[in-house]
Design a protein around this ligand. Structure first.
Ligand code: SF4
Ligand code: SF4
Length: 254
């Protein structure tokens, strides 16, 4: 099966950003004074599950073990360039002003960055005319048709795994120990770019360890109650800069 695509340079993917970055890319992005957030989600992880399940193995490879109360979890941290409206690098004619140094994820788009997910045009920002069957083949049988794009995608996935330890120590440097329950949302650590750069330095110098004990935040009362019943630290939180929800908020207590 073939998926045909060509970029129309509409610029939609360069607006209202949440770009997943490697550590090196996040340092460069924050070094230019732009906002980078650290996002956290966690899975209860009683055992290692099926070694042939690619989803479980990807989750494991891109996360570290932690405890929520006495319950084993795995925590996934993502560094994300965030920008409302146009990317600070976007030029008025919709070209990238940072083209030679743009993050890998910009070069990969609209391919899916995770190994077990298929590209679906409906889930991407590209307009319908970008998916015409007369255009070049982007993906064949779920894999990039072009060797250089395949190499970029492989680099992106490899970096997501290699960066796990440093991102954990970064959370330690930032004192960030809040995670969403995976599938419900993402907990956000929002810091000034200059503070983030200092925390990166401290993480690289191994001045901080990856936090072992985490608290789950959720905007759903049932989730908080369920976790409290397991003696897991959990807190109700409203959607906002500290929490990106997948569901509407439950009503918070006055
Ligand atoms: S870095 Fe360039 S390609 Fe990436 S979002 Fe910004 S303008 Fe678009
Ligand atoms: S949204 Fe798609 S078509 Fe538009 S600029 Fe981005 S990659 Fe190209």
């Amino acid at each position: 099966m073939e998926l045909h695509f060509d970029c129309t340079q509409c610029g939609r993917c360069c607006h209202d950003l949440r770009l997943t970055l490697s550590v090196a890319e996040a340092q460069a992005w924050a070094g230019r004074g732009h906002q980078v957030d650290l996002l956290a989600e966690g899975w209860p992880w009683p055992d290692d599950g099926d070694p042939d399940d690619p989803v479980m193995q990807w989750r494991k490879a891109t996360s570290f073990p932690a405890l929520v109360g006495d319950v084993p979890f795995r925590i996934n941290l993502r560094l994300v360039a965030r920008h409302e409206g146009p990317c600070p690098h976007l030029l008025p004619d919709m070209r990238c002003g940072n083209y030679s140094n743009r993050p890998r994820i910009c070069r990969i788009y609209p391919l899916e960055s995770r190994p077990f997910e298929q590209v679906t045009p409906e889930a991407r920002k590209c307009p319908p005319e970008a998916w015409n069957s007369a255009l070049p083949v982007l993906e064949r049988n779920g894999a990039p048709a072009d060797a250089s794009t395949a190499a970029l995608l492989a680099d992106h996935r490899r970096t997501m795994i290699e960066d796990v330890d440093l991102k954990g120590r970064l959370a330690g440097a930032l004192g960030f120990t809040l995670s969403a329950l995976a599938g419900e949302g993402l907990a956000v650590c929002e810091v000034d770019p200059s503070e983030l750069l200092v925390a990166f330095e401290e993480a690289e110098e191994q001045l901080w360890a990856t936090p072992e004990h985490w608290t789950i935040v959720s905007n759903r009362q049932n989730t908080v109650d369920m976790l409290a019943g397991l003696d897991c630290p959990a807190r109700l939180i409203a959607a906002g800069s500290a929490y990106l929800p997948s569901f509407a908020d439950d009503r918070l207590p006055e």
